[in-house]
Design a binder for this molecule. Sequence first.
Ligand code: AMP
Length: 427
Amino acid sequence: MNILLLGSGGREHALAWKMAASPLADRLYCAPGNAGIAQEAECVTLDIVDHAAVIAFCRTNRIDLVVVGPEAPLCAGIVDDLEAAGIKAFGPGRIAAQLEGSKGFTKDLCRDNNIPTAAYERFRSAAPAKDYIRARGAPIVVKADGLAAGKGVVVAQSVAEAEAAVDMMFSGGLGAAGVEVVVEEFLDGEEASFFALCDGETALPLTTAQDHKRVFDGDKGPNTGGMGAYSPAPNIDDATSARVMKEIIQPTLRAMKSMGAPYKGVLYAGLMITRDGPKLIEYNARFGDPETQVLMLRLMSDLVPALLASRDGQLKSFDLRWYAEPALTVVMAAKGYPGDYKRGSVIEGLDEAAKVDGVQIFHAGTKAEGGKILANGGRVLDVSAIGKTVREAQARAYEAISHIRWPDGFCRHDIGWRAVEREASKH
Ligand code: AMP
């Protein structure tokens, strides 16, 4: 098979690494890719916003399957356009991708189908949103309806902070994403990420993960796209997993199907595990980043047939096998991230770092120039490792990092702390 992967981050490097290992993959292309992905796939310059250009590339290069990494092209309907052109594509169509593209859409779907989630209201102007906030009191959560690259959620500790978030969103602070706002109940509990592979009708649970969103040690500082992750999530046991499937994932699939927009692709549920059980915080319509990096390390089976089965509606009799060992990834970011940062600094020591047992280094934002690897983004590397315990995976990842020479980069030093503490308390 000839496969085209769309995207350029650590998630796509992990997917490329796994797909390149498939005996089914003849040629693997990635647009636009990065310096790490270039070790697994042929990187091509293609503007993925230009669907006609992507279709033309697929025809010229006889692409059998397009795998879409990020959410923006999914919400822009690239899967619909490719399929209409007779090209198989992995991921949801435009309407199904609204599960990520519109928080209001997802909240209404939850309400209509009794899917456990935070109580909420949708607003198109500031005054009624503020009335609702004052009536409910803090803590309370304010969310831009649309895609806002991780910046659209304010967990407000006071009414004033929530009102300021409403003003920021309605005054255009997040562009079109904030034309509509959802205000919702604050959920108390511990978060986890749950992934399911869907084919429109059947959902196959993948595995779980937890991530660290804050930039600094101790889960402090501003939110980021994610500074590290590990899998499995220690707070999701088999019983909780069964509940998530029955109470959240399956009713969602049924609802999307009856709407005429069956959901295919990865459904990534951000969950709060509360005293009353798991509740949906949000959906993403694609693999997580950096969670995919740890998922791919733990996936024993071939990924390619699974993606095809999702696209073809053949998941009913499908099975995937996973390594029981946990995996962990530490993100190395450019100093200044998630604010302003510089590009172009040289990264050395990657080969030595990759020799540490159980370690895989995925590139999130790099480019190769003159035989050197240069930083080319905010999140730059995902130093990932598998181990017998989370503690061992953590030690291996940080040992690898100790070999990386990149003065302009930084990472958190406590990724996995919660899981490591849990392990310690069991012994
Ligand atoms: P989201 O983009 O919806 O995943 O929200 C980003 C982060 O905000 C989540 O990972 C949670 O940490 C937090 N968050 C979102 N909604 C809620 C909620 N209703 N209650 C508590 N925390 C929330």
